[in-house]
Ligand binder design. Structure first.
Ligand SMILES: [Zn+2]
Length: 233
């Protein structure tokens, strides 16, 4: 499980989603004890075996050093609400934060934008502060529902998946969709985007499990080149 947390964290770092030592990825414990998640104080690219904790559904650290991230409740409550989810990602991806501040619909103007099949991305509006208790985590899980990812205005994004690759790519695709729309909107009004039928077709065509895996595996290969110094003593 530690290796999967490392894989997810490094792939997110390779995609540019790091925010100094903030943001984290978690993997469900196969024995039902909780989640495996990065310990506080480390950047995504710095994660290695001894910087991963096992955190119970009551937010107690069962394996590893120190306290858990204050926002471990994001992961715990999404895992609790979604038994199919194996990996949860929370980052402060900059394009996602900038885009959410505009409070306009996310349009399918690119392949990435079709991730939601023509629907707008869900947004967690209850607070822009830390999701630091089970109640807020549960509310966020409710907003996410069965969507691939959600925006957290004034804060970041959250993504989930049935595998590390899915969750990582859901986060990466949302951030890229936001960045692409920001670019378009900065140049003028958006005139062309997929209708619902085309967006749904593109979601099936562009983002089946095999493509998500291919994208995530690419990020992992890049990460191995870039971050191997951090995972060696
Ligand atoms: Zn956060």
């Amino acid at each position: 499980m530690k290796s999967l947390v490392i894989q997810a964290s490094h792939a997110l770092a390779a995609a540019g989603q790091g925010d100094l030592v903030w943001g984290h990825a978690s993997v469900r414990d196969p024995e039902g004890r909780g989640i495996w998640i990065k310990a506080p104080g480390w950047g995504l690219e710095e994660v290695r075996d001894d910087r991963v904790q096992l955190v119970s559904f009551d937010a107690d650290v069962l394996d590893g050093e120190g306290s858990p991230h204050k926002e471990c409740h994001i992961h715990l409550e999404i895992m609790r609400a979604r038994p199919d989810v194996q990996c949860v990602v929370h980052t402060h991806a900059q394009a996602a934060v900038a885009f959410a501040a505009l409070d306009v619909p996310l349009l399918p103007i690119s392949h990435e934008g079709a991730l939601f099949g023509g629907d707008d991305v869900p947004r967690f509006r209850l607070t822009g502060a830390l999701v630091s208790d089970p109640s807020l985590g549960g509310a966020l899980a409710g907003v996410l529902g069965t969507a691939p990812a959600a925006l957290m205005p004034k804060h970041g994004l959250v993504a989930a998946g049935r595998s590390v690759q899915e969750a990582v790519m859901h986060a990466v695709l949302l951030d890229r969709a936001c960045r692409t729309q920001l670019m378009a909107m900065s140049a003028g009004p958006i005139a062309v985007y997929s209708d619902t039928d085309e967006a749904l077709a593109k979601r099936q065509q562009c983002w089946p499990e095999s493509q998500l895996r291919a994208g995530a595996d690419y990020l992992s290969r890049i990460a191995i080149q870039d971050y191997s110094p951090f995972i060696q003593d």
